[in-house]
Write a protein that binds this ligand. Sequence first.
Ligand code: ADP
Length: 258
Amino acid sequence: AKRVIVKVGTSSLVYSTGAMNLKAIDDLAFVLSDLVHKGYEVALVSSGAMGAGLSKFGLDKRPKEIAMQQAVASVGQMELMNIYNARFSSYNQVIGQVLLTQDVFEYPESRKNVTNTFEMLFKEKIIPIINENDTVSVDELDHETKFGDNDKLAALVTNLTDADLLIMLSDIDGFYSDNPLTNKRAKLISHVPKITDEIMKQAGGSGSRFGTGGMLSKLECAKLLLNNEKGMILTSGVEPRVLFDVVAGEEIGTFFGK
Ligand code: ADP
């Protein structure tokens, strides 16, 4: 079976008003369930817990205090999984929650346990829905970290599970020669075989209100994957059904790989 990891950013799951984008979540559940029915092994790395928590708390931006952010994420994780479970259930698809911290990848013992869990979930045709364990780790919440918004987590999971491909659904439809938000003449680059210094210079920061990753973080992930002979596709999460075409091998967004 072909093993695919899909990462979806907050901006694809939460409207700029702060409300949950139920259509996007439903479409995602539909596509991923269908792919599993077709024999693919699929895992979803999903952000959005903070966004879901904020709307539950009636807040329009992240609180300053880290402990409060963690509390919001804790409530939001439930809210998010609640919605996912309802939508995936309607397509007869079972999901499992996997909350990880980065140290898990460094300790052989925990690494092995996580690997075994993933293998069993895939074998049972269950879709793991993965997020950073915000109660334990503040990496995702910290704006200063180089890898934000679950981007790095998705790359680590792709390597750990030896998946064939990481598909990043973002608020932008690919990697451009410059930040398209600030440069209207920026052009989409459809294939990046190597992350050079020049490529790194073309990346700017995050474009969305809730997103924290930005393009640099995506390029760091692509680098991590290319070092392991793996590929990554960056495309827009506005229409999750595009995933059908992506796994079918159509040229969509930006392909990082050989
Ligand atoms: P998400 O969380 O949805 O994945 P991010 O905000 O982390 O989205 O990253 C995507 C954003 O990166 C885009 O909206 C864009 O503003 C910004 N960006 C900076 N440089 C580039 C570039 N060279 N090509 C494309 N997007 C870029």
